[in-house]
Ligand binder design. Structure first.
Ligand SMILES: Cc1cc2nc3c(=O)[nH]c(=O)nc-3n(C[C@H](O)[C@H](O)[C@H](O)COP(=O)(O)O)c2cc1C
Length: 294
């Protein structure tokens, strides 16, 4: 089931969704077996920000009937910590590394992209644009003009493939995707989590430490399918589809909707080997004839 994304040859079309698989911790637990039987065709790191972040206060998770609401709040070691501690370990993974970055101003995004632009360990960059630009208050990935302005500034900073991870919390996601394509994105990925919240069952106060959170898992699968379908019709660049993938059939649906790759997210928390099972199921469904996938 080999597949190509922006010139990167991959063994199969299943990767991880950012922030849902800690490869460094998994290697501590599973050792060499993780490297020998790595479940993903490429590894996407958790979002890296310029400065270290604590993330949101607990509680950070709420389980819904069919998924999760998370208010993790992007805790990170910051760029320096990532470069010094995580990157050397992630570079040992047996698959291409995609680093996911997020900045709160275009200048911050530029600094992050510059930091990875010439790193040989990094195959591609994924730009998480689901946060507000603190200078304008607009969510960078929810507004086509905001996103165009950002990409026009940062796209020239690297020759590496730049994947723009779109926010599903936008009025017109295909319009944002088209803006990304016009401004030089190499690919788009979607969906990120949908805004949601839960209330404490007795007090009625917001349950999550961050107030609200992001909904993911099977609950968002049909939304993901609709958005991937609409975006794949709107752009020529490759689309990476994700949202609620639990089985080979879910992955096949996203591929049939126009995705080139599929990412597994929340399902990794239930079963760290889920992606291997999903890839095997996909292969069986598909009779091992990759060209029909895209
Ligand atoms: C606990 C958790 C942490 C996440 N962290 C990140 C992150 O750091 N960066 C990012 O771009 N997306 C992050 N996401 C979003 C996922 O990458 C993915 O877009 C979303 O969860 C939909 O896929 P799923 O339904 O398969 O989980 C996170 C999702 C979860 C559940």
């Amino acid at each position: 089931m080999t597949v190509e994304l922006c010139g990167i040859a991959l063994e199969h079309p299943v990767i991880n969704a950012s922030g849902t698989f800690d490869a460094i911790a998994a290697r501590r637990v599973f050792g060499a077996e993780l490297i020998e039987r790595f479940p993903f065709a490429a590894f996407v790191s958790k979002t890296v920000t310029l400065a270290p972040r604590q993330g949101n206060p607990p509680p950070r998770l709420w389980e819904t009937g069919s998924g999760l609401i998370n208010s993790i709040g992007l805790p990170t070691k910051g760029l320096e910590g990532y470069l010094g501690e995580d990157l050397p370990e992630l570079a040992e993974l047996p698959v291409p590394l995609i680093v996911n970055v997020m900045g709160f101003t275009p200048a911050e995004v530029g600094e992050l992209i510059r930091a990875f632009a010439d790193r040989p360990e990094v195959t591609a960059l994924e730009l998480n644009v689901s946060c507000p630009n603190v200078e304008t208050g607009l969510v960078m990935g929810a507004d086509p003009r905001e996103l165009s302005a950002l990409l026009e500034r940062v796209r020239p900073l690297t020759d590496k493939p730049l994947i723009v991870k779109l926010s599903p919390n936008a009025t017109d996601v295909p319009a944002v995707a088209r803006a990304a394509e016009r401004a030089g994105a190499s690919a788009v990925s979607l969906i990120n989590t949908l805004r949601g919240m839960a209330l404490h069952p007795r007090s009625g106060a917001p349950w999550l430490g961050g107030g609200g959170g992001g909904v993911s898992g099977p609950a968002v699968r049909s939304v993901a399918l609709a958005q991937v379908y609409a975006v794949a019709e709107a752009v020529e660049i490759p689309v990476i589809g994700m949202g609620g993938v639990q089985r080979g059939q879910d992955a096949l649906d996203l591929l049939r909707a126009g995705a080139t790759l599929v990412a597994v997210g929340t399902e990794n928390f239930r079963d760290p080997a889920a992606a291997s099972r999903i890839t095997a199921e996909l292969s069986a469904l598909h009779g091992n004839s990759a060209p029909e996938l895209t």
